[in-house]
Ligand binder design. Structure first.
Ligand SMILES: [Cu+2]
Length: 240
């Protein structure tokens, strides 16, 4: 990971206050962040993942799966960027009780990048008829390495401390990687196949947001949120 390379290249494209229909300032409803992660430069090529070592994996794909370390969307945005409030929040936020799910499907983690709250359950599933092991080596949390030899197996884990990111890998299939962002509040999102992300219900205030990408590192910027309003936040990563 080249986490530090782009720390200084923060591009803050501005925060635009938009009154949401039906919302009144000062109601204490929180604000919404409507964000996008842009990408400049030549998108890196995605190469076929060689799964021939395990025919069960290979058979799950009609066309070879493509590498997922860096996915630039058709509209020039960057997918799988984890965006979260890093600083500025006060108070405590009870964890959601609904589990976040990571599936192992076609010998790939789905999703590859995901967030959850401290002590929120993470359900790890194996949808493949082959052995996976889930090897997580966090630094602020307890490491684990769980074998799931049977299709349909489920394992539930929680994380007791914030940590961005916890890397998952499978020792059977070395191309398999997932990244789990553990935060102490519910204000996080992952950029999608249009580069968009949304964070809602954020109490009024000024925060430091961080955007993390597994290849292009992290960026941060200050964002001010007003109750009942939507702020536009844009991050921009560039090819190295
Ligand atoms: Cu595996």
């Amino acid at each position: 990971m080249r986490r530090s390379v782009l720390m200084a290249v923060v591009v803050a494209v501005g925060v635009v206050g938009i009154q949401l229909p039906g919302a009144t300032e000062g109601e204490g409803v929180g604000g919404t962040i409507a964000g996008q992660v842009q990408f400049t430069g030549t998108p890196p090529a995605r190469t076929p993942v060689k799964m021939s070592a395990d025919p069960t994996c290979q058979q799950r794909h009609a066309e070879p799966a493509l590498s997922e370390e860096a996915i630039v969307n058709d509209n020039g945005t960057l997918r799988n960027v984890f965006v979260y409030v890093k600083e500025g929040l006060t108070g405590s936020f009870p964890p959601a009780t609904t589990p976040v799910v990571i599936d192992q499907k076609g010998c790939l983690y789905r999703p590859r990048v995901v967030g959850l709250q401290v002590n929120q359950p993470l359900e790890i599933r194996n949808s493949d008829a082959t052995l996976h092991n889930v090897n997580a080596k966090p630094s602020a949390n307890k490491p684990f390495n769980v074998a799931q030899p049977v299709q349909g197996m489920k394992t539930t884990k929680t994380f007791s401390s914030p940590e961005v990111m916890v890397g998952f890998k499978c020792n059977v299939h070395p191309w398999m990687r997932a990244y789990v962002g553990v935060v102490a509040h519910p204000f996080f999102a992952v950029s999608d196949d249009t580069g968009a992300f949304t964070i809602s219900g954020l109490p009024a205030g000024t925060y430091t947001f961080e955007a993390w990408h597994e290849v292009y590192g992290t960026q941060s910027q200050a964002v001010t949120v007003a109750d009942g309003q939507s702020a536009t936040v844009t991050f921009s990563f560039s090819a190295n």
